[in-house]
Design a protein around this ligand. Sequence first.
Ligand SMILES: Nc1ncnc2c1ncn2[C@@H]1O[C@H](COP(=O)(O)OP(=O)(O)OP(=O)(O)O)[C@@H](O)[C@H]1O
Ligand code: SF4
Ligand SMILES: [Mg+2]
Length: 324
Amino acid sequence: MLLEVRDLHVEFRTRDGVAKAVNGVSYGVDAGETLAVLGESGSGKSVTAQAVMGILDTPPGRIAGGEILFQGQDLLKLKEEERRKVRGAGMAMIFQDALSSLNPVLSVGDQLGEMFVVHRGMSRKDARARAVELMDRVRIPGAKERVKQYPHQFSGGMRQRIMIAMALALEPALIIADEPTTALDVTVQAQVMDLLGELRREYDMGLILITHDLGVVADVADRIAVMYAGRIVEQAPVRDIYKAPAHPYTRGLLDSIPRLDQKGQELYAIRGLPPNLMDIPPGCAFNPRCPMARDVCRTDVPPLAEVAQDRASACHFWRECLHG
Ligand SMILES: Nc1ncnc2c1ncn2[C@@H]1O[C@H](COP(=O)(O)OP(=O)(O)OP(=O)(O)O)[C@@H](O)[C@H]1O
Ligand code: SF4
Ligand SMILES: [Mg+2]
């Protein structure tokens, strides 16, 4: 495994109390593989990724337990200096909002080139040439001329391509993309997603794709991990999940995807709201919203159990869900 997160716990200490944002997450991704991490807002997707990248806000955040193995090394045991090296060359992150992640007063060529100057000791001239190459790689038309332009002179989709180029610059083994297309319109979303998938294959990278949109992951992801209240509630190959989810929450997410063949029909929405992370319900955290909940769900936490090869679900009644 390229990256293996084991039983990760993250909490935030605030004036109002302790928010348990990540409560025992385990997931892994191999080289050349795409893992999609899915779940509603506040389910802990980004916080888990920030812990992996080593960019968690501490304080108020705190890693309360677990291991993060990257190329066999536990990142949580590294000194900040060593950690920074891994972050520079081993892994990179792409964020939702390119405009606020890019420097507005530097040309994109200077920003891309900076990576090569700082990390590879290249001359400005060589770095500029590499920047143009990278912009070609992410299919920005007219890269040679546009390399001198500033972030605000690019469209949202093109800016996101620049973010992807920045992430690719040092050819990391792992890229984490946190809602990389959420701010874009639907056609551009698909193009950027295709590009990411293609580059992932080309560079044989591991890719973690965070999204709350099950619709966009079908074509790009190999496996899906569904998060709810800081836990993984289902993990499976993409095809299996689409065919038959083994968790009522996943089923709810699937039923909420707008479908072209059902135009005009009212869209299903999971009832209720995600729990308050300072006061997660006992038993299964999903029980107040679950159409299948029974008494045991209000008292016993369902373990994430293997339900088939390479497939796990945290539901007392996964069999019913899967076959029913
Ligand atoms: N800097 C912070 N300070 C305090 N609490 C935080 C902080 N960052 C995250 N949290 C807590 O962690 C929870 C999970 O946040 P996270 O950003 O991982 O959600 P997410 O699944 O990425 O949601 P979204 O889809 O909205 O991005 C939040 O609901 C919040 O309670
Ligand atoms: S354990 Fe119970 S409440 Fe939780 S998802 Fe399964 S049926 Fe629903
Ligand atoms: Mg997030």
